[in-house]
Design a protein around this ligand. Sequence first.
Ligand code: SIN
Length: 509
Amino acid sequence: MRPVRDRQVHDGPLVIGGGLAGLSAALEAAPRPTLLVTPAPLLQACASAWAQGGLAAALTRADSPGLHARDTEIAGAGLVAPEAARALTEDGQATVEWLAALGAPFDRDADGGFSVSLEAAHSVARVARVGGDGAGRAILSALVAAVRAAPHVRTLENGRLRALLQDAGGQVRGVVIERDGRLTEILAPAVILATGGVGGLYAVTTTPAALKGEGLALAALAGAEILDPEFVQFHPTAIDVGLDPAPLATEALRGEGARLIDGEGRFLLGEAAEADLAPRDVVARAVHAARQSGRGAFLDARAAIGAHFPTHFPAVFAACMGAGLDPREAPIPVAAAAHYHMGGIAADADGRTGLAGLFAVGECAATGVHGANRLASNSLLEAAAFGRRAGRLAAAGPVEVSGRTSVLGGEVPPDLAPGALGELREAMTAEAGVVRDAARLTRLLDLLARLERTAPDAPPLVAAGLIARAALDRRESRGGHYRTDFPEPLAEARHSRLRRPPTPSTAAA
Ligand code: SIN
């Protein structure tokens, strides 16, 4: 543990994270002076910049917020909070229009309206896209330009979150940031965590590998309630060309007719084209099973996309060609990969957590809109819509940081050594991945207990422990959580609520 060397005081919202949720919160906090701290240069190391699908919203006459909320609830397998789904879907159109007004160049139809496409488990086409598969980067780029131009936002790039600061009453009063090897305490009246998900805890992920659940872990260590951490969504079509992270082959390819086949050309999910657009967990398990059995899994887009690949799906095309694979000529090898964390820091639609002074938005938060299985393309909507709400609420809070001297902290949890992180990632994929059971999860908890001995409370271990413990305790299969030893859902859907990280000594229970 190194001593904290610097201290700054910021009299406004302090936003941690440079993805869509963080930038939306920072922009909407105007005119309060807002400090935005990002772990990497803007546009890097955030999953939203990599999103290919788009933003789901009721934008057509065939659609309505009510219908969108209903699809969201069905996908969430009994664990979606109806009021959160309503709040989200009712904000859909206004959110897309806000992003468009900031310069996000959404694809348009002939009449100038938003052109929308269909993704799995949506009952109508409602995903607003940009340039085919470039939604994330294009939307983020527009917000980055807006943030850079916003006089109320000061941005500190390359600042890594290392700890939360609390006063004696538990109120969050700021953070410890590491920048250029130097630790700095930043005191602020409101901290908004927008730190992203947990993909980097897994050996196979479609998200930036740097995202290892730090915000989740530090909030848990501070005493925040963690909701449903066992629910991790695995995307069925990560491109399997030996890259870490694995590039994504968007579900929209299947929406346009690409088919999942095994190495012998047999359909993985049956003849019917709609079968390939079954809920993401079902498709992910089919891909996983085909690979485990040695048959292999491939996405065949030759007939459906073919020559249109470079113009309709430029990001996927570039990823394939970069790996020496021409998807116009050959099926794309695919694997299921950790893609999105439905669980997280329990928060409401305004980002409020149970800890005074702490807000959580985007993937690190669990607001109840995703339940056990996120509906495709709802995450960008949630990040922007609820990020904005949190920014407004935090900005309306106290003006000054009072009682500065009573702030505790300065100790930061240790980092995990690269070797230990590699071991953890392999184990998470093998033991808490697409398919789980008690033996696997117990093995994982034993490993975590061993790693904890050399790096107690290292955030990746805390985050992994939350996932593993809740997955072991959930003796059923539901949404993204599938147990071979409990393959059916229980009659009653219940949430997992964890207040402290699991203690290693209980790992073998
Ligand atoms: C995809 O484009 O397949 C991913 C969309 C999402 O995860 O929401």
